[in-house]
Each structure stands twice: as structure tokens, then as C-alpha cells.
Design a protein around this ligand. Sequence first.
Ligand code: GAL
Length: 691
Amino acid sequence: MTTWPVQGLAYGGDYNPEQWPREVWDEDMRLMRKAGVTLVSVGIFSWALLEPKEGLFEFDWLDQLLDLLHSHGIAADLGTPTASPPAWFMAAYPDARVVSRDGTVMGFGSRGMASHSHPAYQEAATRIASELARRYVTHPAVAMWHVHNEFGVPVGEDYSPAAVTAFRAWLQGRYQDLDALNDAWGTAFWSQRYEDWEHIGAPAVAPSVVNPAQRLDFARFTDHQLRQRFIAERDAIRAHTLAAGVDQPITTNFMANATLTTDLFAWAREVDIVSNDHYLTAADPEGEIGLALAADLTRSVGGGAPWMLMEHSTSAVNWQERNVAKRPGEMARNSLAHVARGSDSVLFFQWRAGRKGAEKFHSAMLPHAGESSRVFREVCELGARLGQLGEVQGSRVHAQVAILWDTESFWAQDLEWRPTVDHRHQERIRAFYERLWRDGVTVDFVHPGQDLSAYRLVVAPALYLLRTEHATHLEDYVASGGTLLVSFFSGIVDEHDAIHPGGFGAPLARVLGLTVEEFLPLREHATGTVRFGDAVLEGDVWQEDLALAGAEVRGTYLTGPGAAIPGKTGAAITRHTWGAGHGWYVSTRLHGEHLAAVMDEVYADAGILPPRPAPGLEVVTRHGEDASFVFAINHSDHDHQLAVSGTDVTSGVSADSHTIHAGEVAVIRTPVSREGGDGTHAAARASHPLA
Ligand code: GAL
């Protein structure tokens, strides 16, 4: 059981005092106290200051900083600075520079830069991690460790000579002999056969499309390489925490859903606490849905355990095309939405806005406008609010619906030369997630190999790469009473990106009662229609010619290439009974209300009554030992009533119904609910009707 680094919910952010004169640090302490800050991440980009020359360590400034934090009762999440190798390192080891897929050798003067596969980088990174741990595991300010920063960005795939050498070694470990590799990669195609391991390279830009199985393996290798770097630094720190007998969790900050370079289900097994960074996409007018998705994914990869929001922003970021400032109240809504979905911290990038460098236009807890600014006022209000929510720490979110998430499927699916460029895996994940979010249904993301028995409904949006054993797992889930909803381009290839024999979707043929005879992608901007009961649904991008083998037709193509195929029913949407459950299939791309019509029938099969909150109202429940906490977040500009019996944790008012004011968040403490997950089934709905 991991010790939580601070009492209650942690509040604070990245703190970079090395960018400021010493007198500013005292001012920082005063203002952190005022804001209710309890935890700051330090040292993340400080390598050049901590080791100004190779092997020469200077810790005085960090000693002073940690002492100062401790004297003000603020805990430190101590970073290893390995995401930013110093100038001396790059000068001494020029061949450690990262090379991009198109062959560009990356320069100095930014961050990232070093190849994770280069032995000198590996050695230097492990050494600085170890030296930091040797010195600081016994420091009373240090509550936890933050390894590196966002593995996978800005350095993900690396095509440097060191990476190519490491890739060959990794392939030898994976395949043992070249025949096995040639077979897995299908190298009989285009004369790609290898007779010598030394001839194999990284899948760099080539005259035409590169072998997709090679690219898929390179994605796996990249994930593996990065993970090994985390493990090496973690173990260097752990050797010292174990020797000192201290319990300091070690994490690294993920970027759930924002970068797909890393397979977070595998990473989550390696960290003591899952932590995540999330930034709104300004171009997305409903950023709260993307936020909820990232938060649910973060919780899910960690198996539901409390996690940490390691970074988000108080207002605008600086790296998007149009950096939209958060409106009054939005920062609190965002923060509490993460908490509602299982985060036990609210941390920001960064504490004080920097005057110099590439991020000077990024918002901060303490903006350039200073203590009297709106943002700082809201930061103080949020700190006070989180202080009242301490008892939420450790409570959990329950879900009855799962969306399948397999990072390998992402890696394989979005490569070149697929049936249409208009289909992206993430788009389908978001479309189904969005539908469930609007219906008020809480979702877990689940790997297809995981136990599914807790879920009434499992959704598989475009699960392109599907291992046969995972398909069998899905069959068993349905046979024992589950409801499975599969959308097009699922079950197409195996782990080597080779088409499954037996027709498209063959591994799912038994559970769905069909295979796909032919994909029928639509021309750009074209749409097609489906008759579904009394409704006519509109879809775009994709249709199919289905080969039915037992499935019941619930929707038929009216227009588009799927309609009027001689001798065919034009089946578009199907339902199949398999054992005690049902397998649904949707063969076109539906959105919004058109998808809602199908989901209603699927919910009915799954025995789910979605709570359907008022538009703009987001309601999620966390369940603790002694109480449950209903978080109601009002994203709309008018008040809503929430009929739930309990006590508003902030106002202390007990009532059977609470007004959730426009733009505000309420947290209602209710008696512990043993049965209801999120109010998605009949029993829970009665006590959870939303106005
Ligand atoms: C994060 C990164 C931080 C900072 C932030 C700005 O991805 O970890 O160091 O750059 O972005 O939004």
C-alpha cells in the first residue's frame, strides 16, 4: 500500500526557483502559504545546475531550497533532471543526439535532445538520479520522487545509430532467429528478406511506405526503451530509499491520451503512484469531455487506485496555435473534474510564471500580474476548497461500462495505406466516450486482456489489432451475459499487423455472428443513411458489405455503397445472441444523436438506465469507506437542481436537492453507497434522478 505523500489532497505545482534571485524564494513561500500549497515538484529541469561539469555535483542551492520548503511545511516531489541533458553532455557525446524519422539530427538549446539508447546518456542519467537519492532520501521535505518528465515527448521514436543498434538487440531477443522475424514481418513482400541482423534498420523515411510490421515493432521497441530508462532511474532511487528505510513513492508523469508513444497499462505497473499531465485543447469547444476521458484513462491504467494530476494549467498555455485563457471559474471546474474522476491532487505547471525562456507566456499559479490578479485569487480559493475536501482522499470511482483500449492497436491502426485517411482510432474512441459522457455514464478504460466481469457493457471502438486470445476473452465475456458493442475496423489484424485468416473480423465472427466481406469507405464529405427502427441515421466515412452468419439485422443501409448490393440485405447495424449475452456491431461512422439511437438499444440489453444529466452538468461519484462524494460540475451558464440527499461539503448545507449554480462545482457527501456505481442501473437511478 503506497503512502500518500501529503495529508489529504495535494495542492501545488512545478516550482523552478533556480530561475529567480534568492529573495524571490521568500516571497514564494509567503504566497504558497497564502494559496494553501502543500506539494511542489522541484529540480525537473535542473541538471546543468546540479552537475555543472561531468561528475561534479553542486547541491547547495537544492539543500537551501528543500530546507526552506520544509520550514514552511511544504513537501517536495523531487525530480530527476534527465529530460534536459546539459551542454557539456551533448558536447562530449555528439553521437548521443536524437535523430528524427526523416534523418534530422536534433540540436541543443531545447530539452530532450539525448538518445535514450545511448550508453553515455543511460549512465549519466542513472548517476544523477542515484546522487540525488543518496543525498536527499533522508531530507524531511522530500515526500516523493518524480523521474524524468513525460517519457515519450519530446523524444519518442529515435532513429540515431545508438537506437538502431539497440533495436537490433531487442529484435534478437524477441524473435531469436531471423526466419521468425522474416515471417512475422512478411518480408517476402517487396523483396525485404533479411539474411543478417546487421542489415536491419529503424523504419526511417524510405521511397515508399515502410513495412508496417517493422513500424509496429519499432513502436514497441520505443516504448520498451523508454520504460527501461524509467526503471533504471527508479531502481537507482529505490536502492537509497530502501537502505534508508523511508517510504517515498516514485512516479513519472504520463500524458494519457495526448501522446500514444507509451503503453500506459504497462507503465502503470512500474510506478508507485500513477500521475498525469493534462492540458485542454483550446480548439476543442468541449474540452471538458477530453479532460474527463484523459482522467478516466489515467485512473483505469492504474487499476482504479487514487492518482495524481501532476500538471495542468491555471489559464492559457503557450504552445498551441491560439492559447485561449480560462474563463473565471474554469480552472476550479477543471481541477475538481480531475478529482471527481479519481485524482487526489491538483498540481499545475507552474507555480510562478517565468520571465525568460520559451514558456514565458504560459499561465501559472502566480501570474506576471502578481498577487492581486484574478488567477491568483482563484488559486487561493481553490486551495482553501481542496483543504475542505481532505476526506475524499483514497475514495474510488466505480464504473459499469468499459471502453477497450489497447495501445498496440493505436500504433498499428494509424499507419499509412489504410482503407481511408478519414478514419482515426482516437476519433472513434472519443465519439463513443462522448456519447457515454453526455448520458452521464462513468467509464473505465480496459485492456482487452483484462477481467471484464465487473462491466455490464464493453465497447470496442475500432479495435483494429486484436490478438486471437483477446477475441476469445471477449467471446467468454459475452457468453456469460455481457453486452459487447463493436464498431467497424475491429479484429482485422494480429500482433504482426497481418490480416486474420477467414475474412475481416474473423476472430469476432462467433460473438458477432458475421464477418466483413468488403470495406466501403466513402468519398470525402460524403454521407450515407441507415434505417434503424423508425429512425433514419446518418453516417459518414465508412460503410461495409457484411457477410452475416447468424446476426440479427437491426439497421440497413438506405443510401451509400452498402445499400443495394445484389443478393444482400444491406445490413449496417446488427445484434447477435451469444450464450447469455449479446454482441452488437455498427459498420458505419455515427455521431451524436445518430449514435445515441443505437446506444439506447445497447443500454437496454446491458440493463443500464443512463442518468442523463441536464446538458452541461457532469456528475461523478467517488466512494469511500465511510461516505460517498457526488461531484456535480456545472459547465453551463444556468443553474441546475441535483436531487441527491446529502451535505454540501463546502457550505455544510444538508438537503435532498441541491442547486448547482452556473459554472460552479458542488461536492455532496452522501451515506456510503454499496450498490451504485455511477447511477447507471435501475437500482441506483431511483436515488439519483437528475434535474
Ligand atoms: C508539459 C511539460 C512542462 C511544461 C508544460 C507546459 O507538457 O511537462 O514542463 O512544458 O507542458 O504546458
